[in-house]
Write a protein that binds this ligand. Structure first.
Ligand SMILES: C[S@@+](CC[C@H](N)C(=O)[O-])C[C@H]1O[C@@H](n2cnc3c(N)ncnc32)[C@H](O)[C@@H]1O
Length: 190
């Protein structure tokens, strides 16, 4: 999908302003229940880098994004950080990771793209590796600010992930409104 909103200097600046004060601390605390400290983690769609910074307190993190504007912001804000240009579907990396994390990124994928991404996540995870992702809860899809947004149910996510992963956490939580979001944590099948 063309995601122009994330690709211009002005809109990236706007996103960073609107997202200030919002972070994935609660999600990362849940991840820490399952993924030991010092593990390697790939973050997909790091965006402003707020969660990347939190993840770095416990893990060896590679940040990534498909938007060059966000990558430019990330590398200039954190010159010693490790960041790569990466698409969430093809996940073209040569390395293997112990964990894969994303916060409100995979809802930009169509169902078939999410299924491909999950297959690729399984391939680039070490044995017993952990994924932790958040989604917007709901039905159907829409275009918001020119961006494709897909809504998910626990049932659908279970169906998509169970082929490769053992589901450890699949719960609703509130990002802005009660139960507007879903957290999924799952372990690569041995
Ligand atoms: C809603 S923002 C979330 C950013 C960050 N995770 C946060 O919590 O603030 C979505 C992010 O996903 C990135 N993104 C969108 N589609 C992507 C794709 N196909 N591959 C990789 N990143 C993508 C965008 O560039 C943007 O940084």
């Amino acid at each position: 999908m063309s995601q122009e909103y994330y690709k211009t200097k002005e809109s990236v600046k706007e996103y960073i302003r609107l997202a200030s004060g919002v972070d994935g601390n609660e999600l990362i605390n849940r991840l820490k229940e399952f993924l030991p400290a010092d593990s390697t983690v790939l973050e997909i769609g790091s965006g402003p880098g707020t969660d990347w910074k939190l993840l770095c307190k416990d893990y060896k993190v590679t940040g990534s994004d498909s938007s060059l504007e966000f990558l430019s912001h990330l590398t200039s804000s954190h010159p010693t950080g490790k960041f790569i240009e990466l698409d969430a579907v093809s996940l073209s990396v040569n390395e293997q990771y112990d964990g894969i994390y994303s916060n409100k990124v995979l809802h930009h994928l169509k169902d078939n793209e999410l299924i491909d991404s999950i297959e690729r996540q399984n391939e680039i995870l070490n044995s017993g590796g952990i994924v932790c992702h958040s989604f917007w809860k709901g039905k159907g899809s829409e275009i918001f600010k020119g961006l494709f947004v897909n809504y998910h149910s626990e049932l659908l996510l279970r169906d998509f992930f169970e082929k490769y992963f053992e589901i450890l956490v699949l719960e609703n939580y509130a990002e802005f409104d009660e139960d507007d979001s879903i957290i999924l944590i799952a372990k690569k099948r041995l």
